[in-house]
Design a protein around this ligand. Sequence first.
Ligand SMILES: *[C@@H]1O[C@H](CO)[C@@H](O)[C@H](O)[C@H]1NC(C)=O
Ligand SMILES: *[C@@H]1O[C@H](CO)[C@@H](O)[C@H](O)[C@H]1NC(C)=O
Ligand SMILES: *[C@@H]1O[C@H](CO)[C@@H](O)[C@H](O)[C@H]1NC(C)=O
Ligand SMILES: *[C@@H]1O[C@H](CO)[C@@H](O)[C@H](O)[C@H]1NC(C)=O
Ligand SMILES: *[C@@H]1O[C@H](CO)[C@@H](O)[C@H](O)[C@H]1NC(C)=O
Length: 363
Amino acid sequence: MAGDSLSAVICVCFLVALQVTSGANIGHFWHVTDFHYDHTYWSEQLSCNDDVPQPGVFGDYWCDSPWRLVTDAIEAMTHIRSDVDFLVWTGDTVAHIHDDHLSVNINMDIMQNLTTAITKAFPNKTVYATFGGYYTRLTASGLRIVALNTNLYYTSDRQTPGHPDPAGQFQWFRTTMERANSTGEKVIVIAHIPPGLHTPRGTLWFQTEFVQPFNSILTQFAHNIVGMHFGHDHHDGFKIFYDAQVTPWRYKLPGQVGVPHNPAIRLVTFDRDTGRHLDIQQYYLDLPASNKQDQAGAETTANFTLLFTTAAAEQEGTAKVCNKTCKARILCGFKHYTMADFDACVSQQCDDTCPNSGAIVGK
Ligand SMILES: *[C@@H]1O[C@H](CO)[C@@H](O)[C@H](O)[C@H]1NC(C)=O
Ligand SMILES: *[C@@H]1O[C@H](CO)[C@@H](O)[C@H](O)[C@H]1NC(C)=O
Ligand SMILES: *[C@@H]1O[C@H](CO)[C@@H](O)[C@H](O)[C@H]1NC(C)=O
Ligand SMILES: *[C@@H]1O[C@H](CO)[C@@H](O)[C@H](O)[C@H]1NC(C)=O
Ligand SMILES: *[C@@H]1O[C@H](CO)[C@@H](O)[C@H](O)[C@H]1NC(C)=O
């Protein structure tokens, strides 16, 4: 099954990652995503999912990011490591604000400001961004970046269902991978929407019809792909290898409250010769503590602290807050990419105490 071979590929990536390769030609890159800058945070608070009587300077769990959080996150990146090989930036720059309050001009303005902030902080560094469309580039050390527009496969895209190959991207992806394979290049795939589901909740990100064509390319060229980095999830799952986020955001739907997320940034260490991902270091901001400190009159800058290093540490962290149902759902999300496969797996993994996922389609 495509899903099973994909997860096998992923596991191999992480096993390799845990080997310390001495004498390797070590490089680094930052992965940032989902800044979700809310330019109305200090005025109408249009992104906020609940009342925020006392907005924190660095943000609030009910809202998207104030500008201060965005700039302090970028500043923290330069302090932690400025001599990176490149940056990967996987989208969702604009806040969760209703279209009525946004426009192409406002969105362009936001993206321009973020782009300026990042390029100023990292002068002369290449930023591989996913802004819609697909493209490929070689990094200075010869790694091939393949940037995809997986928003085309997103459950919220109403235009693409029924199209066998939206925007001809599958064809292009396959051809690009064939070329990379024939020249022996190693590839990093970057995109915004990750395949599969958000767990443990079970929100479907990819339309079921696009799962198989996508996964079949990945599995066919598994030996060429050294890493895949996605955004969107606002969650440290590593069912696939996504994601970092800089969004202190939390949602409220009828009958459901999303868990709050601390803002985070992610540094990847890799072998420049082979592209192997050797380590992932994630830094996070303790949002309540930072806000409190600033309110106490201490002119603070956001203090991003090391949360974990290597994927193995992350798995442990997840286990601490995860009950039996949650574990079953995370494990199933690791391997299964459609709601039907996921549900079947969850029922098999756990007894009657496990509630069924229901088909939740993401926002
Ligand atoms: C973008 O930056 C410009 C120049 O600093 C500023 O005038 C504008 O308000 C910013 N836009 C947003 C949406 O924050
Ligand atoms: C960036 O590149 C330009 C042109 O190559 C060079 O003049 C400048 O010193 C570089 N800046 C940094 C910070 O490396
Ligand atoms: C990759 O290239 C090798 C060597 O040229 C070839 O044998 C193999 O069939 C190619 N794999 C794919 C999936 O095209
Ligand atoms: C940053 O936060 C961590 C964890 O909360 C703390 O141990 C450390 O002392 C803080 N550093 C500074 C400079 O405030
Ligand atoms: C167990 O985890 C699931 C999924 O995260 C959650 O919905 C449920 O409320 C949790 N159950 C208990 C008893 O904590």
